[in-house]
Design a protein around this ligand. Structure first.
Ligand code: SAH
Length: 238
């Protein structure tokens, strides 16, 4: 009986943690270094704040357990509710396009896995993120708490409406694609503020960069992209 007890303790304390860790932290660090070099710097991202954030944030903690081995691959990955975590390069590209400063307040529409929000939180004072699927929003919020991101604030709701309570925002990043730019988001952008948003029908949309100066909006297309659609609470696409 005693022996069985020792055996169980041995299993729980030694064997299970070792097996479930699988890959060591240092091998993930190496994978991130390679990802930054070959996928992100190689494609022209130079903003040191962005590169440092991507090097630091542990993408493997934001993907589904069965996808951990692919966490640093050059591709988006499926998450729950039929949604996706974006390709690392696209996350870096959109973040660089926002030209962030450390005291910026940022709004993200489409929390998803929480990975993009974590990247923003490494660079900026405060991040406000809105997710329409309760399951995804709650899961991401729990992960932010576990990883110590006290500067990320979560809301479950319809991101088409933005998050007016905390507006205006120095930067807005939208990670789901509406067919037209939502008016409430333009209203919530601060003077001098920047917004990146994928716009258009499936399958290919344009990533649009908007800048608000003297109350006027200037916009230009910066990259062809492919994002999941922005949907309304009754499931229709915007
Ligand atoms: N930024 C995410 C990408 C998630 S994919 C990440 O780093 O993982 C886009 C997300 O937008 C999905 O989670 C989807 O559920 C969400 N979404 C779609 N329509 C939305 C809406 N109207 N308001 C808020 N989130 C929405």
């Amino acid at each position: 009986m005693r022996r069985d007890l020792y055996y169980c303790l041995f299993l729980f304390i030694i064997i299970i943690p070792v097996v479930s860790c699988g890959q060591s932290d240092t091998s993930f660090v190496r994978l991130r270094q390679r990802m930054v070099k070959t996928q992100i710097e190689a494609r022209g991202i130079t903003d040191k704040k962005v590169l440092d954030a991507v090097l630091k944030v542990e993408r493997h903690k934001f993907v589904l357990p069965r996808h951990i081995a692919f966490a640093y691959n050059d591709s988006p990955l499926p998450i729950e509710e039929g949604q996706t975590i974006s390709q690392p390069y696209i996350v870096a590209f959109m973040t660089e396009a926002l030209n962030l400063k450390s005291n910026d307040k940022v709004l993200e529409i489409g929390t998803g896995s929480g990975y993009q929000a974590a990247i923003l939180a490494e660079i900026c004072d405060s991040v406000f993120t809105v997710e329409i699927f309760e399951k995804l929003g709650t899961r991401a919020e729990r992960l932010f708490m576990k990883l110590g991101y006290n500067n990320i604030h979560c809301l479950i709701g319809d991101g088409y409406q933005g998050w007016p309570d905390h507006a205006p925002y120095d930067a807005i990043i939208v990670t789901c694609a509406p067919e037209k730019i939502p008016e409430p988001l333009l209203d919530q952008l601060a003077e001098g503020g920047r917004m990146v948003i994928p716009v258009g029908d499936d399958p290919v949309q344009h990533l649009v960069l908007l800048i608000k100066r003297n109350g006027r909006i200037r916009e230009r297309n910066i990259l062809p992209v492919r994002f999941v659609p922005m949907v309304s609470p009754d499931g229709k696409r915007y």
